[in-house]
Design a protein around this ligand. Sequence first.
Ligand SMILES: Cc1ncc(COP(=O)(O)O)c(C=O)c1O
Length: 378
Amino acid sequence: MKLFDVYSRFDIELVKAGGVYVYGSDGTQYLDLYGGHGVISIGHTHPHYVQKLTEQLQKLAFYSNSVQLPIQEAFAMQLGKISGYPDYNLFLCNSGAEANENALKLASFQTGKKKVVAFKKSFHGRTSAAVSVTDAPKLSAPLNKDGFEVEFLELNDKKAMQNALSGKDVCAVIVEGIQGVGGLDMPSESFLKTLSELTKQHDVLLILDEIQSGYGRSGKFFAHQYAGIRPDLITVAKGMGNGFPVAGVLISPEINNEYGMLGTTFGGNPLACAAGLAVLDVMEQEDIIENVNKVSAYLKSALLNIAPIKKIKGKGLMLGIELGFPVQELRKKLLLEHHILTGSSTNPNLMRILPPLNISEEQITIFHEALMRVLSEK
Ligand SMILES: Cc1ncc(COP(=O)(O)O)c(C=O)c1O
């Protein structure tokens, strides 16, 4: 059997990893400034993470949600404490799309309505409801279309938001903490505050997609915490398991639950919870968020006043470097000549930087120097 070929891949074969580095089958060491789509939070194969997963594997790898699994409660408790949401409830699942799918369903169950407001250049995943609120019609198959009405607004347009919510049919507004695939545009703090007020006024639930921007990546646990708001639903994935597939929805205590309304076989399995707990341990023990802010400030100041750089977008270690020309060749040179992995976005002129959150200033300097070199050769 062959793989169903849907991915455009770089021609390198990875066989192992450690910290901020990944290694090719020919022994080449690559500096990982992409973390496989922003997934690696505490560094590849972190010893504490490996130990906790190994211990759990030897005890109980899997049982479904048909029994009590105390490790789920321990995980929820710890996530609530560290994220600043101790009073919220946690629904565990397996991927970002699944988290958004369930958050959208919950909003519809809770309000009895079905229209959703989303934003231009959004990406929320590829399952049925998630792809419908993603601003990329090419990703929707015919059966995804016409399921429910979605209105896409310009980010930060308060007037348009007011108009969209004035009808009686909207169940949810979904917005990324910082847009990822779409190119690092952000809802402003004042827009998020208005959004929070308007959704409350109109019996609409606010879903913050923190799948990429959460878990410390923005320099706070969640990017929306810069605005001081408390969304009704927060979706998380990527950094949550540092590579182990684990995702979740943080749910306001005001939202009703009922047996059977959501469910998944693998969601919240003991191995996933062990991975999630290990990530939170390391975030606390190693002051990961402080490191994000330190390295981010260092990199941003190093990139200041470099002529071909038009803009540095994003926050923390979720950064977009926008140039005045397409970055594809540059990224290829960084990879093949300097052995540095970076990311792309739907903006061809923007390079995405999503390193492991425990990267050091010395390690990010390697990127800065390589970028200077390739820009000078252009
Ligand atoms: C903001 C955001 N939401 C949702 C998703 C979908 O996550 P997954 O690929 O795990 O389904 C992604 C993935 O890139 C994302 O960046």
